[in-house]
Design a protein around this ligand. Structure first.
Ligand SMILES: *Cc1c(COP(=O)(O)O)cnc(C)c1O
Length: 338
């Protein structure tokens, strides 16, 4: 029996067809700008999302970091959600490596940053203050697709206030599929977007930052400084292009499976469904049973991530099929029936 690994959508194995595409990729030295497969991926995603240029990087963390560094100078500030990945889960890189001060603001439950709170956080132009330069949003955020009218309002607001607008779109395509729009309808509102190919899209490695040609030129320099200048990266870019060609529409399957998982778990006494958004299901279980639940599930080849809080995040992806969802619901039922 194969593992049902619900810890994250980063755990997918490259498919046989994806591996074949990797093997066949034409490659060159990307630091010289000579890898045709990397160049094609960068341009393709830039075109698809409505930008001039793109830059292929190893991780979403590096993509967000060099994106922020391309927008900001030392002593500038970015406004960001207090529970945003860029602020909380990237080691404080913008501050540590970019000398960019974060100004966190608590998100609303739907992942939006209330614009009146953003307005109140913008610093006056005065030597006392860091220079507020950019607003960074995240979509999806904890699985939630940000409302399209909010994105338009954030664009109008940042334009009026002279701020840049960056999107951590690690799961941009989940948001697009959930909203039923081409990804471009989301990205049109932003000055730069970071997209992960290694999440639900199923590539083994890789993110792309897209933006204007001048922004991407700056980011290319910071990528080198950050140690991200890589060589025959076309092997990986080929997997990413394969993912874009074959794994976007099927994200709807992940969302449908997450919905079924949520429905199955919600019917179990002791499991409290907090919500299901795109490919993520959040449930609370009694905290004193977490360890035993984990052992029970592992014995049935099911993996979940447990922490110290009652809340579990279960994530569906390319390697979770209908049988995996059914097995998980059955295993939860058996545990809580005992
Ligand atoms: C995964 C993720 C990233 C980037 O993570 P890496 O592991 O560095 O690729 C950025 N933002 C969000 C919201 C993510 O989920």
């Amino acid at each position: 029996m194969a593992w049902v690994d619900l810890r994250s959508d980063t755990v997918t194995q490259p498919t046989a067809a994806m591996r074949a595409a990797m093997v066949e990729a034409a490659v060159g030295d990307d630091v010289y700008g000579e890898d045709p497969t990397v160049n094609a991926l960068q341009q393709r995603l830039a075109d698809d999302l409505g930008f001039e240029a793109g830059l292929f990087v190893p991780t979403g963390t590096q993509s967000n970091l060099i994106g922020l560094m391309a927008h900001c100078e030392r002593g500038d500030e970015y406004i960001v959600g207090a529970d945003a990945h860029t602020y909380r889960w990237e080691g404080g890189g913008a501050a540590v490596l970019g000398s960019i001060q974060p100004q966190p603001i608590p998100q609303d439950a739907d992942g939006t940053l209330p614009l009146e709170k953003v307005a109140a956080a913008i610093k006056p132009i005065d030597p006392h203050f860091p220079r507020t330069k950019i607003l960074a949003l995240e979509n999806t955020w904890w699985g939630r697709a940000l409302p399209l009218d909010y994105l338009a309002a954030a664009r109008a607001f940042t334009r009026e206030r002279g701020l840049g607008l960056h999107l951590d779109g690690a799961r941009l395509f989940n948001a697009a599929v959930a909203c039923g729009v081409p990804a471009r309808e989301i990205t049109q509102h932003f000055d730069s977007v970071s997209v992960c190919l290694s999440k639900g899209l199923g590539a083994p490695v890789g993110s792309v930052l897209v933006g204007s040609a001048s922004l991407i030129e700056k980011a290319r320099r910071w990528r080198k400084v950050a140690g991200g200048g890589w060589r025959q990266a076309g092997l990986l870019a080929a997997a990413c292009t394969y993912a874009l060609n074959h794994h976007i529409d099927r994200l709807a399957d992940d969302h449908a499976r997450a919905a079924r998982l949520a429905e199955g778990l919600a019917a179990i006494p002791n499991v409290k469904l907090l919500g299901q958004h795109t490919n993520m299901v959040y449930v609370d279980v009694p905290v004193e049973q977490l360890r035993d639940l984990d052992v029970h599930l592992r014995a049935r080849d099911i993996r979940i991530g447990i922490g110290y809080t009652p809340t579990l995040r279960l994530v569906t992806h390319l390697d979770v099929d209908d049988e995996g969802v059914a097995r998980t619901v059955t295993a939860f039922e058996a545990f809580f029936a005992a």
